[in-house]
Design a protein around this ligand. Structure first.
Ligand code: SF4
Length: 197
C-alpha cells in the first residue's frame, strides 16, 4: 500500500476499554491503522483501509473521544509500524502528553521512545530488536500453545491468550500455566466477555 507521506491509512478510531494483557480494564482510545506486512493464514483482523487522515485529524478525533487526556492511546492494526508515518503520529500524541501503547507483530525494527508501551504478539517471525524492546509478550493460543517463541524473548511471564476465548484454547493455556507458573499467565479477551469492541 502506497500512501501520501503525510497521511495515515486508518481503519477505525474508537473509545473502549483495553481488554487484554497488563493494562486490562483501562480506558483506551484505539487507533486501528490499515495494512499489515504479514499475511498470516489464520488472520481474522479487518485491516482494510477506510480513510486517509493526517496526524492532526487523528489527534482531533482522539481529543473528542478522550477530553480528559487520561486514556491510553493504543495503536493497533494490522501492523501499526508498517506505516512509516505512524512514528510521526506517536510523537504528536506524546507531545500532547498522551500515553501511547503499540500492539505489534514485532517484525519491523524501529526505535521507539522509552515511554511508549510495546506489546509484541509474535506471528510468523520476530525481529530480535523488537523482541528485546517489548514491554510484554502476548502469544495467541489457537489449538496449540506456541512454545517456540519462549526462547526468543526474555520477558516473563508471557501472556497466553486463548483465541476467541474458546474453551479448548483456554484449557490448553491453563495446562501450560499450571505446569510452568513462572513462565506464563492467562490473558482473556475481556472486552469480548462483556460484549464491547
Ligand atoms: S500479523 Fe496480525 S494482523 Fe497481520 S496478518 Fe498476521 S494476524 Fe493478521
Amino acid at each position: 500500500m502506497t500512501l501520501p507521506t503525510s497521511t495515515l491509512g486508518v481503519v477505525e478510531i474508537f473509545a473502549t476499554l483495553q481488554g487484554e494483557g497488563t493494562h486490562t480494564g483501562r480506558a483506551a482510545v484505539f487507533i486501528r491503522l490499515a495494512g499489515c506486512n504479514l499475511r498470516c493464514h489464520f488472520c481474522d483482523t479487518d485491516f482494510a483501509l477506510r480513510s486517509l487522515l493526517s496526524s492532526e485529524q487523528i489527534l482531533a478525533r482522539v481529543q473528542a473521544l478522550d477530553p480528559s487526556g487520561q486514556a491510553i492511546i493504543v495503536l493497533t492494526g494490522g501492523e501499526p509500524l508498517a506505516q512509516t508515518t505512524s512514528l510521526r503520529l506517536i510523537d504528536a500524541l506524546r507531545a500532547e502528553g498522551r500515553s501511547v501503547h503499540i500492539e505489534s507483530n514485532g517484525t519491523i525494527p524501529v526505535d521507539l521512545p522509552d515511554d511508549v508501551w510495546l506489546t509484541v504478539s509474535p506471528k510468523l517471525r520476530l525481529h530480535p530488536r523488537m523482541a528485546a524492546r517489548a514491554n510484554e509478550i502476548k502469544c495467541i493460543v489457537d489449538k496449540r500453545v506456541p512454545f517456540e517463541w519462549r526462547d526468543q524473548v526474555s520477558q516473563r511471564p508471557i501472556w497466553l491468550q486463548p483465541e476467541k476465548n474458546a474453551p479448548e484454547n483456554i484449557e490448553l493455556a491453563m495446562v501450560a500455566i499450571l505446569r510452568e507458573p513462572g513462565e506464563f499467565r492467562l490473558s482473556l479477551q475481556t472486552h469480548k466477555l462483556i460484549g464491547i469492541a
